[in-house]
Design a protein around this ligand. Structure first.
Ligand code: RIB
Length: 319
């Protein structure tokens, strides 16, 4: 794979294009049924959004991070910008929408840690990518990281800018939508969960063996390497050498919000530092396992130091 930094220990630069949401998090004993009223346990306002969470994860893993996104001219927008800056993230690429409010995510977290999320994009839908300016920003960066909580047309401009700048693209197509066919050869690293893998590859991806087949099918379209995350069952790494299953450590889940974002940040930074694909996936799993033991999105994202002090698990080669 291209554009990684050869010397482990360098601080690689990563540019994230994506969403910033204020998460309104309701803790509930269980999800209410249709027409049912339930007593919740608590309500909290916590910085989130897939783009911002992934930027924070990259920064806490040791990368120099630029965030490109759009917030509203309101208190949530200010709080989200300040949260990124507290992690040392460059917010000069953050735009402010004239009329739309900052993005919001309504999140229910059950006692077992499972969540349900509804997003109101607000200002995230207004982000406008200047391809030439982004290409200049991407020069020398290890990765452009993007997701699908901001408009696909803007992601297309960004991917083209990355191609022109010689920068690798790490795509997390979540929430899943069809990926334009022309994009696949431009994607160096694809990170998807089992649901997204099924939607994109058109085949079940619930077991490690199925995830390996779905990942291989996506690689056949031109993607460099694929990670299919499987929640408590870890992740499957698929590249030209085949597929390996990396199990996850057994931990008690408090809140799974941002586990995927945490995984992605740790994976991206490890790859950018020149670590091997499997080592990077294993590090991402350890980071995600730490994340889910804490409540909230950005507050639960661990540092590299914390990840290195957490347990590691062996990987299995899949047939
Ligand atoms: O991936 C978790 C994130 O998804 C939450 O922080 C929420 O804002 C939604 O974007």
């Amino acid at each position: 794979m291209s554009a990684t930094h050869a010397t482990p220990g360098d601080a690689p630069r990563i540019v994230v294009l994506g969403s910033l949401n204020m998460d309104l998090v309701l803790r509930v004993p269980r999800a209410p049924g249709a027409g049912e009223t339930l007593l919740g346990r608590s309500l909290a306002t916590i910085p989130g959004g897939k783009g911002a969470n992934q930027a924070v994860s990259c920064a806490r893993q040791g990368a120099a991070v630029d965030m490109i996104g759009c917030v509203g001219r309101d208190a949530h927008g200010t709080a989200l910008r300040e949260a990124l800056e507290a992690d040392g993230i460059d917010t000069t690429g953050l735009q402010v929408a004239a009329a739309d409010p900052t993005g919001t995510a309504l999140i229910q977290v059950e006692d077992n840690g499972q969540n349900r999320i509804v997003i109101v994009p607000g200002a995230n839908a207004q982000v406008a990518v200047d391809g030439d300016a982004l290409a200049r920003r991407l020069a020398g960066a290890a990765f452009l990281v993007t997701q699908f909580e901001t408009p696909l047309e803007q992601a297309a401009v960004a991917i083209d800018a990355a191609r022109r700048a010689g920068c690798s693209v790490l795509l997390n197509p979540s929430p899943v939508q069809p990926v334009p066919e022309a994009w696949w050869p431009s994607i160096d690293t694809l990170v998807i969960n089992e649901v997204e893998a099924q939607a994109l590859a058109g085949r079940a991806a619930d077991t490690p063996a199925q995830a390996a087949q779905a990942g291989s099918a996506l690689r056949a379209r031109g993607v460099g390497r694929v990670v299919v995350t499987l929640g408590s069952r870890g992740a499957v790494a698929v590249d030209a050498e085949g597929a390996r299953h990396h199990p996850a450590p057994v931990v008690r889940a408090v809140d799974t919000t941002a586990a995927g974002d945490t995984f992605l940040g740790a994976l991206a930074v490890a790859l950018a530092q020149g670590q091997g694909f499997d080592a990077a996936v294993a590090l991402g799993i350890r980071a995600a396992a730490l994340c889910i033991q804490h409540a909230g999105a950005q507050p639960s994202i661990p540092t590299r130091e914390a990840v290195l002090h957490s347990p590691a698990a062996p990987a299995w080669t899949l047939p």
